[in-house]
Design a protein around this ligand. Structure first.
Ligand code: S3P
Length: 434
């Protein structure tokens, strides 16, 4: 793969249908949950990206057997009490989801384990999961960042936990630890993606959920065994998002994206873009193992208007804001997005990067630690040279830049093409078909 991508021309109008790759959150969860069963689990359309491959490597280190072929993946797991040697190292690569979730699974490891990751992951905050895991009884060497060492305990004790950030990673880490802990863990969690809850329910694990307006109360008891989980992973809305915006911002274009997970906790982008005037519809809706799936039909939009984005959409659009900001840049009026400090906790400080890229494009924005105000201009055309590099190989910064180049114009050089391997290796291949 060439390291630098050059784009010198806007995309022509198109009328196509595409598939995107499997959902990353579901793929990582399927891998980790399958490792808890001693029976064979099979997944189709598992996302074969570096983050998911790192998850497969981690469960192999635990002793699981993995068979990965072109169209399916089989896992025979190790159950709830794997034998782990002292100082076993788990490498989460670039993945915050894997790094955090695996610590929950390892809470009952009496042997010391070491968790490492790449440069970007080693700068991210782990105190958010260290704190609840310490309540379960685990001991850590470092409180905040990787590399870290954890020593769990034979019989962790259930905890009460308040999750205030709306982080599905923190919630799921605690949910995994709860399966291995004596008693009933009670989580009061600000709303966030609920894939783990849906899988636990499907597997008939002892989970009870009470949904309140902003919070869910989740109760989980210890289990003695976990059944195998066969799964057809639907397409990832977070990958789909780049193509949705490409279509919205292109002239006279239409796109059908098939078989996408439209779990309500993930489709903030659809709600936000529709409020801004985009034409997006779901077709062939169905339910699969608790998840909602649909084809997404999107058309280019001539009249886009600004938004004062309600913070209640933040969690369900958390991975899509970079690309939403491009729509704000083409919309009439000033758009405001608030309470987004979490965006600077991702693979790169994304609010900082969004602001930088928009400024390079000549789009006025005022950005603070947790907010951005974008002065949109429907007539905006970029006609200068733009170089994007040193962005911690953040896959979503790369893909945002590509879509900006194709829809606003200009002469772009975007470094680190291989950054897409973490979440969406086929991004450029699919784009070329359009
Ligand atoms: C994820 C949760 C989100 C999201 C990440 C995937 C998950 O992170 O940004 O890409 O699969 O649980 P937070 O839970 O930290 O918001």
């Amino acid at each position: 793969m060439k390291k630098i991508l050059s784009i010198n021309k806007k995309i022509e109008s198109f009328n196509k249908s595409i598939d995107v790759q499997g959902d990353k959150s579901l793929s990582i969860r399927w891998v980790l949950i399958s490792s808890l069963s001693k029976k064979k689990s099979i997944a189709y359309n598992l996302l074969k990206s570096e983050d998911v491959l790192s998850a497969l490597e981690c469960i192999k280190v635990l002793g699981s057997k993995v068979k990965l072929s072109k169209d399916k993946c089989e896992i025979i797991g190790v159950g709830l009490n794997p034998k782990i040697k002292n100082k076993t190292t788990f490498n989460a690569g670039n993945s915050g989801t894997l790094g955090r979730l695996i610590l929950g699974l390892l809470v009952n490891s009496k042997s010391k384990i070491k968790l490492i990751g790449d440069k970007s992951l080693s700068q991210r905050d782990f105190s958010r999961v260290v704190q609840p895991l310490e309540k379960f009884g685990a001991k850590f060497n470092s409180k905040k960042t990787l590399p870290l060492e954890m020593k769990g305990l034979d019989k962790p004790k259930a905890i009460n936990y308040l999750e205030k950030k709306g982080s599905a990673q923190c919630k799921t880490t605690v949910m995994f630890a709860a399966l291995k802990s004596k008693g009933e863990t009670i989580i009061k969690a600000k709303k966030s993606r609920d894939h783990t809850e849906l899988i636990f329910k499907y597997l008939k694990l002892p989970i009870k959920i009470k949904k309140k307006e902003n919070y869910d109360i989740i109760k989980i008891k210890e289990v003695k065994k976990v059944n195998s989980l066969n799964y057809k992973i639907p397409g990832d809305i977070s990958s789909c998002a780049f193509f949705i915006v490409l279509t919205v911002l292109s002239k006279k274009s239409e796109l059908l994206i098939r078989n996408i997970n439209i779990n309500p906790s993930r489709i903030g982008i659809i709600t936000i873009l529709k409020k801004m005037g985009a034409s997006i519809h779901f077709k062939n809706q169905k339910i699969y193992k608790g998840e909602q799936i649909a084809d997404i039909f999107v058309k280019s939009s001539k009249k886009l208007k600004s938004i004062n984005c309600p913070i209640k959409y933040n969690s369900s659009a958390i991975d899509e804001f970079l690309i939403i900001f491009l729509v704000a840049a083409k919309a009439k009026g000033t758009s405001k997005f608030k309470n987004l400090s979490e965006l600077n906790q991702k693979e790169s400080p994304r609010l900082v990067w969004a602001s930088k890229i928009l400024k390079l494009m000549g789009i006025k924005n005022i950005t603070t630690k947790d907010s951005i105000k974008i002065y949109g201009n429907p007539q905006k055309v970029v006609d200068k040279k733009i170089i994007i590099k040193n962005f911690f190989k953040d896959h979503r910064v790369f893909m945002m830049s590509v879509i900006a180049a194709l829809t606003f114009g200009g002469k772009w050089k975007i470094y680190d093409t291989d950054s897409i391997k973490t979440s969406f290796p086929k991004f450029l291949e699919i784009l070329r078909k359009i």
